[in-house]
Design a protein around this ligand. Structure first.
Ligand code: ATP
Length: 317
């Protein structure tokens, strides 16, 4: 009877997560905290302890266990800077979350971390517990950590690969709770910094971003080589800043050419994941910390279509 009361009280706060055993008046509780963040885990443990403590139980012992969540990293990379890698990473994270994945965003761009601004989290500072970082929330339901939150601006410019990979460990091995997919915004380029980062953290796959320009495409080919060398599958190529629609007359022009990334993907036997138009709305929304993929505007569709292909790729793995 007294045990029934204790069991009911614990079940009321922890449901199926709690398994109880009694030895005389002593209550032993095993708590399955799989998928909970550190904060939620601590709160649940306290609640269970309180619920189990009553006039009949003597000692209450709570043991917390958790299954390791199989978390996969998707790297977003580019052969050179300024092609829209960070914009794509932010919007992909939001679009993958809209498809039901539990997504986090890691901004590993040590040269110009821009995710706090893109994700409207510039005023947030991550806290740490036992040296493990707690990702900051964003208005889009995608928790985030950025190199910009760890290092002073400009400090990391001269970093070599091992330092950059070490700093990335802090971000990737943070308390991501139930997050199953981490979108990783890599530094632009194909040097020793990028190679060491991907060798150490082995993303499940990589998305390469390029503009349609020949020079950007040559650099994108180098980025593909880099992932090949590290044994990381390339999920496919994205063409950004393609087809400019004039907001005044509606005429479509191609300031950086058109179709180059699709042709390059075909030549290399890689999937082409889609095209994002060059649109003023994408730039202004990004600068304002309102990623287009979070809304229903015309600019959202391109990101959602690309996310659908990446989602399908992840499903098949
Ligand atoms: N499709 C687009 N249409 C219009 N502007 C865009 C588009 N994609 C990106 N931009 C703008 O281009 C600029 C560079 O984009 P972004 O910072 O995403 O590039 P990046 O490749 O991550 O650059 P970096 O290498 O400096 O990190 C930003 O001002 C961004 O808003």
């Amino acid at each position: 009877m007294t045990q029934d009361v204790t069991i009911a009280a614990v079940r009321a706060v922890a449901g199926d997560r709690a398994t109880l055993r009694f030895e005389g008046a002593r209550a032993g509780i095993v708590l399955d905290a799989t998928g909970l963040s550190g904060r939620d885990r601590d709160a649940l443990e306290d609640a269970v302890r309180t619920a189990a403590t009553n006039a009949w139980t003597g000692e209450v012992r709570v043991v917390v266990t958790a299954e390791r969540i199989a978390r996969r990293l998707i790297a977003v990379a580019s052969g050179k800077g300024g092609v829209g890698k960070s914009t794509l990473a932010a919007n992909l994270a939001i679009a993958l979350k809209a498809r039901g994945r539990r997504v986090g965003l890691v901004d590993a761009d040590i040269y110009g971390p821009s995710q706090p601004r893109l994700m409207a989290a510039e005023d947030q500072r991550p806290t740490a517990k036992d040296k493990v970082l707690d990702p900051v929330p964003t208005p889009y339901g995608v928790p985030m950590l950025s190199m910009g939150q760890l290092i002073e601006p400009g400090k990391a410019i001269a970093w070599r690969g091992p330092m950059a990979a070490g700093a990335l460990t802090q971000l990737v091995e943070a308390d991501w709770g139930a997050t199953d997919t981490l979108v990783l915004d890599l530094p632009p380029g194909t040097g020793d910094v990028q190679l060491t980062m991907i060798q150490k953290h082995k993303p499940a796959g990589a998305v390469i971003v390029s503009t349609p320009q020949d020079l950007a495409l040559i650099d994108a080919t180098r980025a593909i080589d880099l992932f090949d060398k590290a044994g990381i599958p390339v999920i496919g190529l994205v063409e950004n800043m393609a087809g400019y629609v004039c907001p005044h007359c509606g005429e479509v022009s191609d300031p950086f050419g058109n179709g180059g990334a699709e042709a390059t993907a075909a030549r290399l036997g890689l999937p082409f994941l889609g095209r994002v138009p060059l649109a003023i709305g994408i730039r202004t929304a990004s600068d304002a910390g309102e990623p287009p993929a979070a809304g229903n505007g015309a600019d959202a569709a391109a990101f959602h279509a690309i996310a659908a292909r990446i989602d399908a790729w992840l499903e098949q793995r």
